[in-house]
Design a protein around this ligand. Structure first.
Ligand SMILES: [Zn+2]
Length: 424
């Protein structure tokens, strides 16, 4: 796979994609059609569209699907150790993020939801075309209690954790007033959602996975501030106890949720909330964790968490919970971003795994009809593939073998098609 071209391979304002089989991810069907794109938007889908004066791509024998959305990434996480990231110079973190963004786009993800790290600067640079990469929906820093999943200090460190301008993933806020201030500050900086750490995690040095974090009052304060700004709260939570109290406090998306229970499923349905499972992280730890210093005891535990997580997704899927694709990979493991498709494919039909990375993710972002569909009136974010992923999810899991072109905002930003490359 070649790297995404930058500046974009094509800057044409209008483009016609001819003869491809277009996947309707909502209906789960494909039909042969031409797609007319004007100024970044899909304006017409039909047969034998007039192509005079328009740049044209021949997609016959190929499949056109919506650009993928990864609902949980960390674009600044060039290392799996967040302490390394937060002590690096912002200029260095930026350079690494630019690489991560370019590679993400080359894996077919034209939009991402960043769950701590990316900020208004990266989003702006992408939007203005200074950086090649996915569209970014960001939260800025994640709100964490002292000693929570966003607090990377070791027990022997007593310095006041970084100010809100630094490159760490978390900001420490304790108490209702501080949580309100921190949430308002992220909203001031354009956050699309507020991330809170509602349970312990793996990558923070002093907390326990089975701990709950933040009081109900603090959780509700974050939700109140987000809702006041027409935003929502995403909560990091593993155990059923943490998941359920976050959902009751009004959190809209649960990140991970591996150990959810039947009550969690009822709460998801009752509140129309979203689950972003991020199983590939555990898969990657299982595959490569030994190289990253995981002890054999921990390595065996990862297997259990992965199996439990798969079972949780199977149950959530059967119950009709909104599921969103999320990879949550850090450092060198980010290259496995598409493996989540293979894992989802084990517990749900291929089309549902595709919906998790398209229509359902777009709904969580508040962009239904605009992202995640190939439809008139949608943004022209499209992939051209050499096979139909709704028939075999491996097409997206092994995307490097099947991706022909990535079109973002109506421009070809990546292609392996020699005909397209030589026609310009
Ligand atoms: Zn994460």
């Amino acid at each position: 796979m070649t790297a995404a071209a930058f500046p974009p391979t094509s800057g044409a304002a209008s483009l016609l994609i001819v003869g491809g089989a277009v996947l309707d991810v909502v209906a789960g069907t494909t039909r042969e059609a031409d797609i007319r794109i004007e100024d970044g938007w899909i304006v017409e889908i039909g047969t034998e569209l007039d192509h005079r004066g328009t740049e044209r791509i021949d997609a016959s024998g190929r499949v056109v699907v919506p650009g993928l959305i990864d609902g949980h990434v960390h674009l600044t996480a060039f290392s799996a150790d967040f302490r390394v990231v937060e002590s690096a110079a912002p200029s260095y973190v930026y350079a690494q993020s630019a690489r991560i963004m370019r590679e993400t786009l080359g894996r077919g993800f034209t939009t991402v939801r960043d769950l701590a790290g990316a900020d208004h600067g990266l989003a702006r640079a992408q939007k203005e075309g200074l950086l090649a990469g996915p569209r970014i929906f960001y939260c800025g820093h994640a709100l964490s209690q002292t000693g929570g999943h966003g607090d990377m200090r070791l027990p022997g460190e007593d310095h006041v954790p970084g100010s809100r301008g630094y490159c760490g993933i978390g900001t420490i806020a304790d108490g209702v007033d501080a949580v309100r201030t921190a949430a308002r500050d992220e909203i001031r900086k354009g956050a699309h959602h507020i991330k809170i750490m509602a349970s312990g995690g793996v990558s923070s040095p002093t907390d326990r996975i089975d701990s709950t974090q933040y009081s109900i009052e603090e959780l509700e304060a974050a939700v109140g501030e987000a809702e006041a700004a027409n935003r929502y709260v995403a909560a990091h939570a593993y155990t059923a106890r943490a998941v359920n109290r976050a959902l009751r406090a009004g959190v809209r998306s649960i990140e991970h949720g591996n150990l959810l229970d039947d009550e969690s499923i009822s709460l998801f349905l009752e509140r129309d909330a979203f689950l972003v499972p991020t199983l590939v992280t555990y898969w990657a730890l299982k595959e490569e964790g030994r190289e990253f210093g995981l002890t054999s005891d921990m390595w065996l535990k990862v297997d259990t968490v992965l199996e439990t997580g798969l079972e949780a997704i199977r149950r959530a899927h059967l119950a009709g919970v909104n599921l969103v694709y999320g990879s949550d990979l850090l450092g060198g493991m980010q290259r496995h971003q598409n493996e989540e498709f293979r894992l989802l494919g084990q517990v749900q039909p291929a089309i549902d795994a595709i919906r998790a990375a398209t229509v359902t993710a777009a709904e969580l972002l508040g962009c239904s009809g605009e992202l995640g569909v190939v439809d008139e009136g949608a943004r022209a974010d499209l992939l051209i593939l050499d096979a139909d992923p709704s028939l075999d999810i491996e097409v997206l899991a092994d995307i490097g073998e099947h991706l022909v072109s990535v079109i973002q905002g109506g421009r070809i930003v990546h292609t392996t098609d020699a005909a397209v490359q030589t026609s310009r």
